[in-house]
Design a protein around this ligand. Structure first.
Ligand code: SF4
Length: 454
C-alpha cells in the first residue's frame, strides 16, 4: 500500500466527479519526490530542436545536453544539423571565472564550420547561477556573423517545463515576421506544435495537400528558418501541441491577426475533426467536399484491421501520462476506439481547465494526476489493475518492472502514430504489448495473454 504524500494530495483526483473538483496544478514540483516532469531547458529544447537548419547550442554542463543526443525521433526532409548535440561543456573553471568567453569561442567556431541559417543558445541552470550575459554574447556573434543568434532563457530551475515552452515561443517570435510573404495563397496555414516524430508531419501535410491547402511553415517539426520567417503570411495557425505552442499562436493573432485552431492529429475522431475544422475555418465549399471524401477513404481503409484489434483488446485498462494535457484527450478517445478503458490519466503541464475537460471526458472513477512521480504511478498501476501504460522514456521502466504493457507516445518513439495509418500503428503497438505472451509469466492478473489470474 503506497500513500500519497500529504503535499501532493491536491494534485491527485480520486473518487470521481462526485468528490468535487479543484485540482492544484501549474506549481513547482514537490522537493523530496522525484517528478516525472522535465525541466525548463528541456521544455524549450523539445520545441525548438526540430528546426533542422538551425544550430542548437546548449550553454551549460555536458550532462544537460546528453538527453538531446539523437534519441528523439524528429525527422528532417533535408538538413540534419538539429541532430547534433552541441554543448559548451562548462567546467569548474568556467563556473568560477564565467562562461561568456567560452560561449563566444564555441559559437563562432560552430557557425564557421556548419554555416547554419540561425542559432539558438539555451541557458541551463548553471548559467543562471553564474550570471553569464548570454544576450550580449549572442548580439555580438549575430553582428559579426550576419545571422540571427537567439538566446533561449531556459535555466532549468526557473519554473516548470511549461516555462520552457514559453521561452521557446519567445525565441521563435524573434524570427516570425522577418521575411517577405509574396506568393502565399489565401488557402494557407502553418502547422504548429507537431514535431515530425517518425515523419508524422509529412503525412499531415499530404492530407492538407489533398484538401488544396498551402502549408507555409511547420513549427517546429521539419522546420526551416526561412519558412518560419514567412509564417505571418498564412491565413491560419493550426496548433497541435497546445501546451507548447499556444503562446506563439496567441502572439501571432495579436500581432498579425492570424486566427488559430487547437487540434489533435491522434485517433480517428480527433484527426477527422481537425481536418473538418480547418476546411470550415478557411471557408471553401469545394475544400469541404474534398475533406469529406478524404476522411471516408482513410477511415474505410483502416477499419477492418482496427476492429480485429478491438476484439482482442476489449476490456483492457490503461494509464496515460504525457507531457501536454491535450494529447491525453486524444489518447482516451483512441483507447476507447480499441475498447480500452483509461483508469488513470495525467500530464506534466496541464492547467485547471485541461483537468476539468479531462474529468468530463474520462469515466467517473478515473484517477487524474498532475506532475506525478514513480511511486504514485506504481501505486495506481497495481490498485487499478492496469494492463497498459502510455507514456515516454521515464514511464517505460515503471511499466516493465511492474509487468504491464507499454506504448511510447513521446518524442523518443520511432513509429508514426498520427493520422489514420498512425491510428492503425497505435493499435498494433498496443496489441503486441498488451497481448504479449511474456506477461503470462508474471505473477499477477493477466486478462489478455491467457495466463492464469492471481
Ligand atoms: S535541471 Fe538544470 S542542470 Fe538539470 S538538465 Fe535541466 S538545466 Fe540542466
Amino acid at each position: 500500500m503506497i500513500e500519497i504524500l500529504k503535499d501532493r494530495k491536491q494534485q491527485v483526483r480520486e473518487g470521481g466527479k462526485a468528490a468535487g473538483f479543484d485540482m492544484v496544478c501549474d506549481t513547482a514540483s514537490l522537493a523530496g519526490s522525484v517528478s516525472q516532469r522535465a525541466c525548463v531547458f528541456c521544455g524549450s529544447r523539445v520545441v525548438l530542436y526540430p528546426i533542422a537548419d538551425a544550430l542548437h547550442l546548449v550553454h551549460g554542463p555536458v550532462g544537460c545536453a546528453a538527453y538531446t543526443w539523437d534519441i528523439r525521433g524528429a525527422l528532417s526532409s533535408g538538413p540534419q544539423l538539429h541532430r547534433m548535440s552541441f554543448s559548451t561543456d562548462l567546467r569548474e573553471k568556467d563556473v568560477i571565472f564565467g562562461g561568456e568567453k567560452k560561449l563566444y569561442r564555441v559559437l563562432t567556431e560552430l557557425i564557421d564550420t556548419y554555416h547554419p541559417k540561425a542559432a539558438f543558445v539555451y541557458s541551463t541552470c548553471i548559467v543562471g547561477v553564474i550570471g553569464d550575459d548570454v544576450e550580449a554574447v549572442c548580439r555580438t556573434v549575430s553582428r559579426e556573423k550576419g545571422i540571427d543568434v537567439i538566446p533561449v532563457h531556459s535555466e532549468g530551475f526557473r519554473g516548470t517545463k511549461k516555462n520552457g515552452y514559453q521561452a521557446a515561443c519567445q525565441a521563435l517570435s524573434r524570427l516570425v515576421g522577418t521575411a517577405d510573404t509574396a506568393g502565399i495563397s489565401k488557402l494557407s496555414l502553418n502547422i504548429l506544435g507537431d514535431f515530425n516524430i517518425a515523419g508524422e508531419i509529412w503525412q499531415i501535410k499530404e492530407y492538407y495537400r489533398r484538401m488544396g491547402i498551402q502549408v507555409v511553415s511547420t513549427i517546429t517539426g521539419d522546420g526551416r528558418v526561412d519558412e518560419i520567417r514567412r509564417a505571418h503570411g498564412a491565413s491560419l495557425n493550426v496548433v497541435q501541441c497546445s501546451g507548447s505552442m499556444m503562446a506563439l499562436a496567441r502572439m501571432m493573432q495579436e500581432k498579425y491577426g492570424i486566427p488559430y485552431l487547437r487540434v489533435s492529429y491522434f485517433g480517428i475522431e480527433d484527426m477527422s475533426k481537425a481536418l473538418y475544422e480547418v476546411a470550415e475555418k478557411l471557408g471553401d465549399e469545394a475544400m469541404l467536399s474534398r475533406t469529406r471524401e478524404l476522411v471516408s477513404q482513410e477511415v474505410a481503409s483502416i477499419m477492418p484491421e482496427l476492429r480485429e484489434y478491438r476484439r482482442k483488446l476489449e476490456g483492457a485498462r490503461a494509464l496515460v501520462y504525457t507531457g501536454g494535457a491535450f494529447k491525453v484527450f486524444s489518447m482516451v478517445r483512441s483507447l476507447r476506439t480499441l475498447g480500452i478503458k483509461t483508469v488513470v490519466a495525467g500530464s506534466q503541464t496541464g492547467d485547471k481547465d485541461d483537468y476539468r475537460q479531462l474529468a468530463d471526458l474520462c469515466d467517473e472513477d478515473t484517477v487524474l494526476l498532475d506532475d506525478t512521480n514513480p511511486l504514485e504511478l506504481a501505486k495506481y498501476v497495481q490498485e487499478k489493475g492496469v494492463d497498459l501504460i502510455i507514456g515516454g522514456v521515464k514511464e517505460r521502466p515503471i511499466a516493465y518492472k511492474l509487468g504491464v504493457g507499454f506504448c511510447d507516445h513521446n518524442h523518443e518513439r520511432k513509429i508514426c502514430l498520427a493520422g489514420y495509418s498512425g491510428m492503425l500503428n497505435f493499435a498494433r503497438e498496443v496489441y503486441t504489448s498488451v497481448c504479449s505472451p511474456v506477461w503470462s509469466l508474471m505473477p499477477r492478473r493477466r486478462l489478455h495473454t491467457g495466463g492464469e489470474q492471481t
